[in-house]
Ligand binder design. Sequence first.
Ligand SMILES: Nc1ncnc2c1ncn2[C@@H]1O[C@H](COP(=O)(O)OP(=O)(O)OP(=O)(O)O)[C@@H](O)[C@H]1O
Ligand SMILES: [Mg+2]
Length: 378
Amino acid sequence: MIEIKNISKKVGKKTILDDVSLKIEDGSFVVLIGPSGCGKTTTLKLINKLIEPTKGEIFINGTPISKESPIKLRRNIGYVIQSIGLFPHMTIKENIELIPKLKKQKNDEEIEEKTIELMNMVGLDPKEFLDKYPSELSGGQQQRIGLVRAIATDAEIILMDEPFSALDPITRTQLQEWLYSLQEELKKTIIFVTHDMDEALKLADKICIMKDGKVQQYDTVENLLRNPVNEFVKNFIGSDRLWNAPEYIKARDIMIKNPISVKRSRTVIQGMEIMRTNKVDSLLVVDKDENFLGIVTIKELRRNGIQNHYLSEIMNNEPVFVYDDNNLVEILEVMNREGIGHVPVVTRYNKLAGLITRSSLLSVLSEQFLEMEVSVLD
Ligand SMILES: Nc1ncnc2c1ncn2[C@@H]1O[C@H](COP(=O)(O)OP(=O)(O)OP(=O)(O)O)[C@@H](O)[C@H]1O
Ligand SMILES: [Mg+2]
């Protein structure tokens, strides 16, 4: 784990970082984002000991880095810097293999094999590029080499400072996918700086939004979208963002929270009466502990009602339902597939939580569009 504890950095009178604290779990993907000059690059440089803090300490796996030798530290941290930073007098191959060779954990053949594999992964033909010099490559190609070089070190921690900023959108998307699956597979700890919120949302486990050297919010993607702590964060994310990401809208956000429910021991006559007085056409049946058991609809009541005495005798025991943490996409899929206009919502512990109906869906969605229209008019 990387623990940044109460770090401040001053240069002269200017405060660049102001009491920054972050905990970064092993194997997680953290994105630093914020306006230009807010201190993102400075944060990376502090982790890598390229600069020293004015106050505070950074711990890596419990060890304060102020006590570590910078050389040793940097061998275990891959760093893709904002301005690429390839060594101009070394070939691409030499650039990539520099640290692996210094580490001496593998022989030259193994190192080369890895180099070739990584080159292919980022879509650069090893035969064509390995013996070239950085100045013979385009900016985007150099950025990819920077990436390969960082991965080739086998470092547990990789710092990436806007590694994709100079790439065209298609290459950028490809490399994002590549980095995402690489991370899934190798579980590196990645700290990634970007200006691009879409990129952050695509890649991050957690996002740290910074402004003027201060952390505004450090949170999971979901919490940022749902509970931005202040106006800055809200505006930074964009108010319509949640609605462009329907996978973050959960059943519990849309459902009616107190649906009409009845106990299974109710009689058919009572059930009809409850429907009539509440103006509903179905009843959700629960046991005494609110566990969800089934549904009785008005149709079934009319068809079989009179011959039966208890609701439990005619209810549908295998009703369609969704879980409260199912997302909008999943819910709509279920409703479409089953051809139903409403669906009960159940917790993972099988307690009845609510009911989603067409109109509850519509009202939530239209509220949002109303809000968007208003913000357009602002
Ligand atoms: N060595 C330095 N001396 C003085 N000021 C510095 C130094 N390095 C950085 N700064 C200032 O510190 C602030 C934060 O810089 P930093 O490079 O961390 O920003 P950033 O968030 O990475 O910005 P960008 O998105 O533009 O890369 C800026 O105002 C910058 O001018
Ligand atoms: Mg920067």
